[in-house]
Design a protein around this ligand. Structure first.
Ligand code: ATP
Ligand code: MG
Length: 261
């Protein structure tokens, strides 16, 4: 199964900033008349945040989670001229070229598993997935899940794969990564994480990882003295190492689940 390349759209109008959002996401209209939540390359957290969004979003989709369509959004910094707000002007000026867009889900709202039970299987699969990708942004305080048309949609994966902020040529994955599922939004309602592991781990093949990494633009994979091929290989090495150690981290999650009140 190969993953289609993201569509490229051209941003035509900055509509509004989104209320929350440490990464200054904004709602933008594009030349296909679609509305997208844009994560701007000039937002100050660097291109790796967009890379994490793209890799983790497409991997999640390939594993059966619902994720808004992800597009590459070409932005002309001249759009800044139409903006009265200085902060928005600066953001647009710094974001010329390709940015990342997410199909805007109108009428969606923040998902709360205590209000609407997602079911123990989905909850356990999401807990497993976030442990796999080291996503630290799915706490009950800030779940980064949207409820839309009665389904749970995953957003905001820029903080995952955090190890890439510290890598350089010759990097090797660690045997262990710190990831605490204690305040994960699904911990109180998750079913068996061991079952989720048995179901999902076989799906994360080297082929799938190669397909996911192929959708990341080469221009986003030139960092820290590494080539795009080096960087793709480093992500694959990370995933293979993390999957190989899943018996240990799944056991930790199962212990946390058994201890919950
Ligand atoms: N595809 C979407 N459709 C509708 N609303 C969205 C979508 N993506 C994001 N939002 C809204 O915008 C908010 C901010 O988006 P997101 O969480 O991706 O940005 P962020 O800057 O990483 O946020 P934070 O730092 O607050 O977690 C979300 O909490 C949600 O309310
Ligand atoms: Mg968020």
């Amino acid at each position: 199964m190969s993953i289609p390349n993201p569509r490229t759209v051209v941003a035509t109008r900055y509509v509004t900033p989104l209320r929350e959002g440490g990464s200054l996401p904004g709602l933008v209209e594009a030349d296909d008349l679609g509305m997208y939540v844009l994560k701007f390359r000039g937002a100050g957290q660097g291109i790796k945040v967009l890379v994490a969004e793209l890799i983790v979003g497409e991997l999640a989709r390939a594993l059966g989670f619902r994720v808004p369509e992800i597009v590459l959004a070409d932005l002309d910094p001249e759009l800044a001229r139409a903006e009265p707000d200085q902060e928005v002007q600066d953001l647009l000026r710094a974001s010329g070229g390709l940015n990342l867009g997410f199909d805007y889900l109108p009428g969606s709202f923040d998902f709360n598993p205590l209000v609407r039970d997602p079911g123990p299987e989905l909850a356990a699969r999401l807990l497993w997935f976030d442990a796999l990708v080291l996503n630290v942004d799915r706490s009950w305080r800030n779940p980064n899940l949207l409820l839309w048309h009665r389904d749970v949609w995953l957003i905001d994966h820029g903080a995952a794969l955090y190890f890439h902020h510290g890598w350089s040529a010759g990097w090797k994955p660690s045997a262990e990564y710190r990831w605490d599922g204690g305040d994960h939004v699904m911990m109180p309602v998750a079913g068996s994480v061991a079952d989720a592991d048995a179901e999902l781990k076989p799906l994360v093949t080297r082929d799938l990882l190669g397909d996911v990494l192929a959708v990341v633009p080469d221009a986003w994979l030139v960092q820290d003295g590494m080539t795009p091929a080096d960087i793709r290989a480093a992500y694959v090495a990370y995933f293979e190492s993390r999957l190989a150690s899943s018996p240990r981290w799944v056991e930790t999650l199962e212990a946390a689940r058994a201890a919950r009140v």
